[in-house]
Design a protein around this ligand. Structure first.
Ligand code: ZN
Length: 198
């Protein structure tokens, strides 16, 4: 027998689909939402739909943006010949927060993971290769330092070296298995400065 009404159960079920939200958190969130003023609940629901409807991939770097070309790719003061490859838009945000990197990015939206059945064709690698046909001096691989990130880095470096472009990997000052977004700015800058050629 269900303890809660169907509507509450449905809300709990939907919330527990979110990453990092277990059954208990989903319950807590559901009751919190039910007790919120309607206008605030509408605010959350509308923000979700707005983001979903209006956010798209930047045509150049594939980060998530509101515009066709993101502000970083549009910025002519940045060095467009240096491309840093990251797994997620939030990794790019972490490097941007340091304010010290003046190249551009390429967002893969994932990493190669044979275990999860994610292959090279499932992330934005083809798109990276197309960009490399332009004028590029260096590709900095800043994927995470876990198994998937390293596998992806090796794959990219093999691919790019054939094109005769310099490939570097950020230093392993980044803790193994560490998601880039959780690492402080000093560590990120050290990892960037200490990058080595592959
Ligand atoms: Zn962009």
């Amino acid at each position: 027998m269900d303890i809660y009404s169907g509507h509450i159960n449905k809300l709990i079920e939907e919330l527990s689909r979110l990453p990092g939200v277990g059954a208990k958190s989903a319950q807590r969130l559901a009751f919190h939402i039910i007790n919120m003023p309607r206008i605030e609940v509408e605010g959350i629901a509308n923000a979700m739909l707005d983001a979903k409807d209006n956010v798209r991939y930047c045509k150049e770097c594939f980060t998530l943006t509101d515009e066709e070309i993101c502000p970083i790719c549009r910025d002519q003061k940045r060095n467009h010949k240096v491309i840093m490859v990251v797994e997620q838009t939030r990794d790019m945000a972490a490097y941007e927060k340091t304010g010290k990197y003046d190249g551009v990015y390429h967002v893969l939206h994932g990493a190669i993971s044979p275990m999860l059945g994610i292959g090279p064709g499932d992330i934005k690698l083809k798109e990276l290769m197309i960009r490399l046909q332009g004028d590029v001096d260096e590709v900095i691989i800043a994927t995470n330092s876990n198994l998937e990130g390293e596998t992806t880095a090796m794959y990219i470096s093999k691919m790019i070296k054939q094109a005769g472009i310099k490939v570097t990997r950020i230093a392993s000052g980044v803790p193994v298995g560490g998601d880039l977004e959780y690492i402080d700015e000093v560590t990120l800058l050290r990892a960037l400065d200490g990058r080595t050629e592959l």
